[in-house]
Design a protein around this ligand. Structure first.
Ligand code: UTP
Length: 398
């Protein structure tokens, strides 16, 4: 790589200027080069980040660079690597303008921890009449409501800042994750301490906030409600009615860290069923089960479907997606579709990666998946023998 201060100054974009310094950025494929001209006697505002290391090339002048607790002398020709998790600052101790170039990976929201959003505002028509007065996200799967599995999946991946998108008739979700003083008092008095502990644990699970989608205009519209919460950073989306086993989002975070791109979980479905899903077109293979995506299409007919790989309810997305969602374009079924916005993201040259998830996915909005998930989890529980005996009694197992 050629580090050329003149070129940076000429072609770069002036991104910051105050009485202390001027900063010019040039974006390259995966990198940003940032030329800083630091005036005599001044210091840069120290900053701290977690996600990637930076390299500082000192071009001219004389000063100091503070890396964590250590202070180093810096002059033209010196190179410093700033490791992840390091607070750093540059101080100009000379009489001339001190110039240095910082090289860092282009990564949206550097230094911020991923947040998760859980859309849970849909009508759940496929599960009527149960969902008339009860959110489908609160349906019990073995011994917990669906959405608790989803919250636990995010927590298990280290994501504890969660926004749940709710709507009318979904209050039970908020109540479920809230403290319940009367019930707690009752359980305490009755000496039912194991239940008390369980109940308290739920309300202490995570830092959950809620926002209402006033009208169920589609998944894309639900995600759009999270724009302010997310800000300028990648974020995770976990559908509130989908359970994955083992947890899918943890693997996806690894893929995201590696490729610094949006990631979408995919699974094979029978070709004749593609019209129920968003379907992906694969580009080049990046590694085991990981591909670049060249297109995604919402609910195509089997003839027009580019593959039989369906989007499965787990995403890590660039915040650029909000620009497309905000256009409010209606897609399949007259709804604002998340898949359509992802398609535009790809068409605009953003890297979107597909991760073929090898585990089990249960879409609880679908009755059959709900039954299957309950059977699977009960067979993994202390009731296994009882259930097997029961199935034999009914003549369904040997
Ligand atoms: P679904 O595709 O299952 O839609 O949504 P739905 O409307 O809930 O269900 P059916 O098709 O009528 O049976 C996937 C996820 O997106 C949320 C749902 O709550 C579910 O968790 N969603 C969907 C919203 O939050 N808002 C919407 O407008 C649509």
């Amino acid at each position: 790589m050629r580090l050329n201060a003149e070129e940076l100054e000429k072609r770069g974009k002036l991104v910051k200027k105050d009485e202390r310094y001027e900063v010019y950025d040039i974006e390259m494929e995966d990198l940003v080069l940032s030329l800083t001209k630091l005036f005599p006697g001044k210091a840069t505002s120290g900053h701290y980040h977690e996600d990637s290391e930076e390299v500082y090339y000192f071009l001219s002048g004389r000063g100091k660079i503070k890396l964590g607790e250590e202070v180093h002398e810096a002059q033209a020709g010196d190179i410093f690597t700033v490791p992840k998790d390091t607070f750093h600052q540059v101080i100009n101790t000379g009489d001339d303008v001190l110039k240095f170039i910082a090289v860092f990976e282009k990564y949206e929201g550097r230094g911020t921890k991923l947040k998760a959003i859980i859309p849970a505002a849909g009508h759940g028509t496929r599960f009527l009449p149960i969902t008339k007065a009860q959110p489908k996200e609160m349906l019990p799967v073995f011994d917990k409501p669906v959405i608790q599995y989803v919250v636990e999946e995010a927590l298990d991946a280290g994501i504890d800042n969660i926004l749940i998108i709710t709507g009318r008739g979904k209050r039970a979700i908020e109540d479920h994750f809230d403290r319940s003083p009367e019930l707690e008092q009752f359980l305490e008095k009755a000496g039912k301490l194991e239940y008390l502990e369980e109940i308290r644990k739920i309300s202490e699970l995570a830092n959950i906030t809620y926002i209402r989608q006033k009208e169920a205009l589609g998944l894309g519209h639900a995600v759009l409600q999270a724009r302010e919460f997310v800000g300028n950073a990648y974020f995770a989306v976990l559908l509130g009615d989908v359970i994955t086993k083992p947890a899918c989002i943890r693997d996806m975070l690894e893929v995201h860290k590696r490729y610094r791109a949006s990631v979408i979980a995919l699974q094979e479905v029978p070709k004749q069923e593609v019209s129920k899903y968003g379907v992906a077109e694969l580009g080049k293979s990046l590694g085991e089960g990981v591909y670049e995506l060249t297109d995604v299409i919402e609910k195509p007919s089997p003839e027009e479907a580019p593959s039989n790989l369906a989007i499965t309810g787990r995403y890590i997305l660039s915040s650029k997606i909000f620009t497309y969602l905000a256009q409010g374009e209606r897609g399949y079924g007259g709804e604002i579709q998340l898949t359509d916005a992802i398609r535009k993201l790809i068409q605009d040259g953003e890297r979107v990666v597909g991760y073929i998830y090898p585990g089990k996915v249960f879409d609880i909005g679908n009755k059959l998946d709900w039954i299957k998930s309950t059977i699977m989890l009960s067979l993994e529980s202390e009731f296994r023998e009882e259930i097997e005996r029961f199935l034999r009694e009914l003549g369904y197992a040997h």
